[in-house]
Design a protein around this ligand. Structure first.
Ligand code: ZN
Length: 138
């Protein structure tokens, strides 16, 4: 009976120990999340104020971030174009094709001239299929 009590007590102690470790690991994870979030904010602040932090070690990263922002702008413009809408030249938001002014900043938004349905697509000569119209020419 003593042996069974001793084993039971050891199992209970091990379970309590495991729960304690799990709780501590969870608290470490919470602190790591706080660090990651704050470091991200610090990084964004440093990027935004990069003129105040001239650091040649960071120049390459500053440029990469700027390029990524430019690519996001280009992709957003492409989405607006695919949707058949137009973009405010001032604030960049999507504006309905029929609107004359940006609903957000009030800037005049010119309606683009209707372009050709297919524009500047170069078809390699080997992909061009010629149809002989002899039958319809009769
Ligand atoms: Zn605008």
């Amino acid at each position: 009976m003593d042996f069974i009590n001793k084993v039971g007590s050891t199992i209970a102690r091990k379970a309590k120990e495991a729960a304690g470790i799990s709780s501590l690991n969870s608290q470490i994870s919470t602190q790591e999340d706080i660090i990651n979030k704050l470091c991200l904010e610090i990084g964004k602040t440093v990027y935004e104020k990069r003129q105040l932090f001239p650091d040649t070690a960071l120049d390459e990263k500053y440029t990469a971030v700027s390029n990524a922002y430019a690519e996001i702008d280009r992709l957003k413009s492409e989405i607006i174009s695919v949707k058949g809408a137009k973009q405010c030249p001032n604030c960049g938001i999507e504006v309905a094709l029929a609107a004359s002014f940006c609903p957000s900043c009030g800037t005049a938004v010119p309606t683009p001239e209707p372009g050709p349905f297919v524009e500047n697509i170069e078809i390699p000569p080997e992909r061009i299929i010629y149809y002989h119209q002899e039958d319809t020419m009769k």
